[in-house]
Design a protein around this ligand. Structure first.
Ligand code: SF4
Ligand code: SF4
Length: 127
């Protein structure tokens, strides 16, 4: 009797698996819908970023770099291969200039190919 029960439950599991749609998606061939709150690729609002460096200071993974040429010239660089996608930079930024998008970061065997210059401010941009 016990054997028969086991066989029945196995059979019902097989039938369920055949009928129900899969939990997984066929990414990258199917578009992956990520939740709004997903901590994906880092984005910046260049209008808001002042180059203060708070995000760089607080990043636990050296995922950001601020290259200052002069007081008014700087470059904010993101290194996705180092980033832990922890969200600390967006918490630290007082101007809400840096945040996560809900987009996935691409993959590559060359981490340098992922490096992004988030903001580059030249001296002539000053008003
Ligand atoms: S993103 Fe925010 S914290 Fe980072 S340098 Fe710009 S203003 Fe400062
Ligand atoms: S998400 Fe975290 S690890 Fe990535 S750049 Fe921001 S603070 Fe650094």
């Amino acid at each position: 009797m016990e054997r028969l029960k086991k066989r029945f439950s196995l059979l019902s599991a097989i039938i369920d698996a055949l009928i129900e749609p899969p939990e997984t998606v066929g990414y990258p061939f199917t578009k992956l819908e990520l939740p709004e709150t997903y901590r994906g690729a880092i984005v910046i609002d260049p209008e808001k970023c002042t180059g203060c460096g708070l995000c760089v200071r607080d990043c636990p993974a050296q995922g950001l770099e601020l290259v200052k040429k002069s007081r008014h010239e700087f470059k904010l660089i993101h290194y996705p291969a180092r980033c832990a996608y922890c969200g600390q930079c967006s918490i630290s930024c007082r101007r809400k200039a840096i945040s996560h998008s809900n987009q996935l970061v691409g993959s590559t065997s060359n981490p340098e190919a992922l490096v992004v210059v988030l903001k580059e401010k030249e001296d002539e941009e000053q008003g």
